[in-house]
Design a binder for this molecule. Structure first.
Ligand code: AMP
Ligand code: ZN
Ligand code: ZN
Length: 309
């Protein structure tokens, strides 16, 4: 491995995409600079310094939470406990431990306490693709906590690998609406909805994992048992094999899309109205969350059970 580009010290990582190796100290500096650059370039913190970080307990969101705190943001965590056996128990524990060690505020919303059932059961009863059901439910619940606690910005741990794979997948099926909305910073579209930001878009999985390792941040590496066979994983493999042969491909593809490609996808202007059941902003008469919950035979109006650690 090459020596650190900054100090010629012992390297911990050699990044082919940016053609640089770093020692521990300079890797942390590089990582935080990439996060800071994303925040500035895409004007992510226009809503102030306060942000709610959606933390799953995985390496990406834990690295993100740490990085935002390290950069001086008032970053509180929100974990949604999906009630999926050991997977969820370990994920939750990681988030709670981090909050305790860093003295950070963490909200935990329990699906089982709120609806009396877990994500596995909800997916089974709706008979829909698990990742899309889970995504809809998580997004909805995040918005509920945002409103309860008064946040304006929600950050997620989506990284360069996630976003490149999603872009490719959306292009392959010409999902114009998704393409228009694929951006690291989406401003709020309704007074009750937060801005959504993805500060890790300049960093890949290898980098978020190394950041956790050098900073001693615990994370839970288990794969979601419901995501087996998800098509997003096929696109990730594809993108990784391109990157392997042609380092820098991911960055060129994704950043190029944001600079030059995305403007060709404007998307339909959406008009939001109040859901006929829950009153949350939606484009339909009844929001997707309420329709899914009804299909699963669950009362969508149950009061979310949120605890604060
Ligand atoms: P995923 O779709 O599982 O790759 O997750 C993408 C991002 O969504 C993560 O980086 C987190 O920011 C957020 N997220 C996923 N699962 C949860 C969860 N159970 N609770 C809170 N945030 C989550
Ligand atoms: Zn160095
Ligand atoms: Zn609704």
């Amino acid at each position: 491995m090459r020596r650190c580009v900054k100090c010629k010290g012992e390297p911990v990582i050699d990044l082919k995409s940016t053609n640089a190796a770093f020692c521990e100290e300079h890797f942390i500096e590089y990582f935080l600079r990439q996060v800071g650059r994303a925040v500035e370039k895409y004007k992510m913190m226009a809503g102030g310094q306060q942000v709610l970080v959606a933390v799953s307990g995985g390496k990406d969101s834990m690295a993100l939470w740490d990085a935002l705190l390290s950069l001086g943001y008032e970053a509180d965590g929100l974990h949604i406990d999906l009630g999926i056996g050991e997977y969820s128990r370990k994920s939750r524990l990681v988030c709670e431990k981090f909050a305790a060690v860093r003295g950070a505020r963490l909200y935990v919303l329990s699906l089982v306490d709120t609806y009396g059932t877990n994500m596995e059961e909800i997916v089974r009863r709706t008979r829909r693709v698990s990742c899309s059901v889970c995504g809809t439910v998580k997004r909805y619940l995040m918005n509920m906590v945002v409103q309860q606690k008064g946040y304006r910005v929600v950050a997620t741990g989506h990284n360069l690998d996630d976003e490149t794979a999603a872009l490719l997948s959306n292009l392959f099926s010409w999902q114009e609406g998704y393409l228009a909305r694929q951006y690291p910073c989406l401003p709020s579209t309704h007074p009750r909805l937060p801005a959504r930001i993805k500060p890790l878009v300049r960093l890949g999985e290898q980098e978020t994992e190394m950041y956790c390792r050098v900073k001693g941040i615990e994370f839970w590496a288990g794969d979601c048992p419901l995501a087996r066979g998800a098509t997003s994983l096929v696109y990730k493999d594809l993108v990784n094999s391109l990157e392997d042969k042609m380092p820098g491909t991911k960055r060129r593809f994704l950043f190029g899309f944001w600079e030059r490609g995305r403007r060709n996808f404007t998307g339909e202007p959406v008009e939001l109205k109040d859901c006929s059941l829950c009153g949350q902003p939606t484009t339909a008469d009844t929001c997707l969350f309420c329709r899914l919950m009804q299909k699963a035979g669950i009362n969508p109006l149950s009061q979310p059970q949120v605890s604060q650690v």
